[in-house]
Design a protein around this ligand. Structure first.
Ligand code: SAH
Ligand code: SF4
Ligand code: F3S
Length: 466
């Protein structure tokens, strides 16, 4: 270990400020950060942006204007990775015009050895590559890049890394992502996450609560607790607080805010959790509970650890204790060896549960996972036909669900003006359904009572009820 490794990261931040103010005496250097993938990645990027701000960077939405470009990448499906390669390639001509530009890649995709190798060989203009275990060392890595010389790669896997104490620059003033745990131990056979995010580890309850209090004090209106499997929060921790207890503790923080959480794994979703949700007035009546497949054979091959019957039992209990609960889920079509009959069990499950909305995916083989080595005889074109059938079924259900909401009034967090503008705002109901309604932009960031006026397919239009 050299001396440099013993220097605290904030020391590097200070040195970087000096280097940058010498290089940019008149202006502030600009950073462009783009995030792919899940909210876990979004939360990581908010911490990286916090560190960049401390280093003296300002932020820009234009990669051409940026002095520092970072892509925080996702590896969950091939499509996500292809987009990253395309967008990194597109930086090459920009950088050849602007030789001092620093290009950095981080996140889940980089944590795979074959990807890092490809970047090393085929993308020589990339200056810095770091994996998911290196976030807390970002200042040190940046310092090494700024000092010049070799390209910097940090892809080392570390046990029990919890990026505590980092500055956070949140994207929204009123919606906050709050990671409560990192990693995943479940090894669903299709999934790359446990390989690129490492073993499950929970933040200390006091750290989570301190951040939650900070968020509430800053005026935020919605906190989303994040983890790949929030239900296993605290399994190995010393303070013995589990997820239902954590939910109750966050709920007890005084203030005008709502709580959401994701993702729940059905195998660890307990009645205690559903009871806690039902008891906690700040917890939104929305449960995202991915089922992936309606076939027990496929669920077993996916290593999901529950059956269709167990899943339906949970849903029945959840609706018993929270009759107004909105349910959403994730589904995979075309897992290796899945037959059409098995796929129809997925269709029958969604008809039975009648989810508010679904995230639907065609299976994408991920190098190194168990499923990637299974025989996969159904052609992609056939899987696409099944996928369309799934979408059509869900669209009908969502349309019926939305039509049922007409005339009801919901407490809506006003989030933005609609893209089309014209005095229309957009927000979300407690059940996480988008609703557009006319109103003044000054309402953005507050809760308002909105009555549903009409539903077109699965789009709601409303009117302020006050
Ligand atoms: N931890 C969460 C899911 C994280 S990944 C959970 O267990 O629910 C988000 C979703 O991506 C998964 O729920 C799954 O539906 C989908 N997914 C993951 N790996 C995939 C793959 N190889 N092909 C297609 N979809 C995949
Ligand atoms: Fe992937 Fe399964 Fe872990 Fe979710 S629970 S991240 S799907 S391995
Ligand atoms: Fe993607 Fe990593 Fe999240 S693989 S889905 S960004 S944990």
């Amino acid at each position: 270990m050299t001396n440099e490794h013993t220097i605290p990261q904030t020391e590097y931040t200070g040195r970087i400020r000096e280097i940058l103010s010498a290089r940019f005496p008149e202006t502030q250097p600009k950073a462009f950060v783009h995030t792919y993938g899940c909210q876990g990645n979004v939360a990581d990027s908010e911490r990286i942006k916090g560190m960049l701000a401390d280093m003296g960077y300002d932020f820009t939405d234009s990669r051409e204007d940026a002095d520092f470009v970072l892509f925080n990448t996702c590896a969950v499906r091939e499509h996500a990775e292809d987009r990253v390669y395309g967008n990194v390639g597109a930086l090459k001509p920009i950088k050849s015009e602007k030789r001092d530009m620093i290009i950095a890649l981080c996140g889940c995709m980089m944590q795979q050895a074959h990807v890092a190798e490809k970047i090393r060989k085929s993308y020589p203009f990339v200056n810095l590559v770091f994996g998911t275990f290196a976030i807390d060392r970002f200042p040190e890595l940046m310092y090494r890049v700024l000092r010049g010389g070799k390209r910097v790669f940090d892809l080392e896997e570390r046990e029990n890394v919890l990026p505590e104490g980092l500055p956070v620059r949140r994207d929204s003033d009123f919606k906050a992502w709050l990671p409560i745990m990192y990693g995943c131990n479940n090894f669903c056979t299709y999934c790359i996450v446990p390989y690129v995010r490492g073993r499950e580890r929970s933040r200390k309850t006091e750290d989570v609560l301190a951040e939650a209090r900070e968020i509430v004090a800053s005026g935020a209106k919605e906190i989303t607790l994040l983890g790949q499997n929030v239900n296993s929060y605290g399994k190995k921790s010393e303070d013995g607080v589990d997820f239902p207890q954590l939910l109750r503790l966050v709920n007890a923080i005084p203030g005008d805010f709502k709580i959401r959480f994701m993702t729940s794994h059905p195998k660890d979703c307990t009645k205690a959790l559903l009871d806690a949700m039902s008891d906690c007035e700040k917890v939104a009546r929305h449960l995202h509970l991915p089922f992936q497949s309606g076939s027990n054979r496929v669920l077993k091959a996916m290593n999901r650890g529950y059956t269709r019957e167990k899943y339906l039992e949970l849903i029945a209990y959840a609706r018993q204790v929270m009759p107004d609960l909105s349910l959403t889920s994730d589904v995979i079509v075309g897992f290796p060896g899945e037959t059409y009959e098995e796929f129809t069990e997925t269709l029958s499950l969604i008809r039975e549960v009648r989810f508010t909305s679904l995230f639907t995916f065609i299976y994408s083989p991920r190098k190194g996972t168990v499923a990637a080595a299974l025989p996969d005889p159904v052609p992609y074109a056939e899987k696409s036909r099944w996928f369309s059938e799934l979408l059509k079924t869900q669209e009908e259900i969502a349309a019926e669900r939305c039509a049922d909401m007409v005339g009801r009034t919901f407490e809506v967090l006003v989030e933005n003006e609609t893209k089309e503008g014209g005095g229309m705002l957009t927000g979300r109901t407690p059940g996480n359904v988008n609703i557009d309604f006319p109103g003044c932009p000054s309402l953005i960031g507050s809760y308002r009572q909105v009555r549903v006026v009409s539903a077109k397919n699965w789009m709601l239009t409303g009117a302020l009820a006050e």
